[in-house]
Design a binder for this molecule. Structure first.
Ligand code: EPS
Length: 368
């Protein structure tokens, strides 16, 4: 089983992830992890913070001579903006009550419910951790899992399908999307969109129908839904399946080649690679929708939680659109779940053991 934890505040000193359950002997490509981190930082519509940070990982445990040891892997990314926040985010200094509190919750953000839930009189205590800065470590952990999956030729990728209602497949979509984002920025507004994640070459039989919390579709949906601002996840045809007849939804099964030597195949993939909570050998297709970022330069109405008077919601430096970044985080979360479910079926203590089990299963599938 793969478990991972992240820690870190948006303007704290650094961000950390611990991955537990990786086998021994997985080669760690540091440059690849940093490339993945860089991919998360780009995209039209990101705010000034992304120019300040250049996310670079340091591994402080669980790896020796470029390979995992089977012990927990600890990854750290420093916040380069930290020197500007050392006082505001100090872990030891007690400001004795005379510092400026944030009391105007942004509609759509964690601010409101978070400060009531944790008894805070300063929304900063909520926004620091609810900030999407935390997703840096999901991408770092996801990159390690992608390295694992690559050893078995499994590839996870994603692309943006729509931003603010403009389809990426439309003519001149790049220019139209940039203009839409520029316009939103000019008006102090923000934009969301839709992205798609693909998992290519996953073997048949990952996940299982035998118990609700082991179904892979459920695990993937939860993982992608847990990304900040994601409001919906579809697998394969998704909601469209509810508008069609069964005969127009289910993917017929075919076989090519000599019995026992050939392979099964489908002509369609409406199931998005998952049937009965298990992979069926087709590409896994996941779509997710991201709402517009709730931090608006032209603020919505809100209530000051100290005075209870109507006010404009607070504004913090922010992005206008981060759908591109969310798609990279979606890949990472998917890679983590796929690694976990792969380990559930083929798990062993070393890469050698896992490869031996996997190679046996591939031969079995060929015969079946
Ligand atoms: C975020 C606000 C902005 C974003 C941040 C998410 O940060 P800041 O308040 O420091 O300008 O840049 O995203 C990241 C830092 C990141 O690494 O993605 C928010 O309020 O969620």
């Amino acid at each position: 089983m793969i478990r991972f934890l992240t820690a870190g505040e948006s303007h704290g000193k650094s961000l950390t992830a611990i991955i537990e359950g990786l086998p021994a002997g997985l080669k760690i490509d540091f440059a690849f992890i940093n490339q993945e981190l860089a991919r998360r930082q780009i995209g039209y519509g990101r705010g000034p913070r992304m120019k300040l940070e250049k996310d670079t990982v340091e591994i402080t445990a669980g790896v020796r001579y470029g390979k995992t040891l089977g012990s927990p892997v600890v990854l750290t990314v420093p916040n380069l903006d930290w020197p500007n926040w050392e006082k505001i985010m100090s872990v030891s200094l007690d400001p004795s009550g005379d510092y400026k509190r944030i009391t105007r919750p942004r509609p759509g953000h964690a601010d409101f419910a978070g400060s009531i839930k944790y008894h805070y009189d300063d929304i900063r205590n909520v926004l620091e951790r609810s900030s999407a800065r935390e997703t840096t470590m999901r991408v770092a952990a996801g990159a390690v899992c992608k390295l694992f999956l690559k050893e078995f030729d499994i590839n996870v990728s994603a692309k943006v399908l729509e931003i603010g209602g403009i389809k990426a497949s439309d003519t001149n979509s790049g220019k139209k999307i940039e203009a839409k984002i520029d316009n939103a920025a000019k008006n102090g507004d923000s934009l969301g969109g839709i992205f798609e994640i693909l998992v290519i070459n996953a073997p048949i039989g990952l996940g299982t129908y035998v118990h609700w919390d082991r179904r892979l579709d459920g695990k993937l949906a939860q993982a992608v839904m847990s990304i900040p601002a994601i409001k919906g996840v579809e697998i394969g045809l998704g909601f469209e399946a509810g508008r069609r007849l069964g005969s127009d939804v289910h993917d017929e099964i075919f076989y090519k080649g000599r019995p026992g030597e050939g392979e099964y195949y489908r002509k369609t993939n409406n199931a998005g690679g998952l049937e009965g909570g298990m992979t069926n050998g087709e590409t896994i297709i996941i779509k997710a929708v991201m709402k517009p970022i709730p931090t608006l330069k032209k603020p919505l109405s809100s209530v000051d939680m100290q005075t209870k008077k109507m006010v404009d919601a607070g504004y913090e430096r922010s992005d206008v659109c981060a759908v591109q970044a969310a798609s990279v985080i979606g890949e990472a979360m998917t890679a983590i779940v796929m690694t976990d479910t792969f380990m559930e079926k083929f798990g062993g203590d070393s890469m050698d053991e896992i490869k031996a089990g996997f190679s046996y299963f591939k031969k079995y599938v060929k015969k079946s």
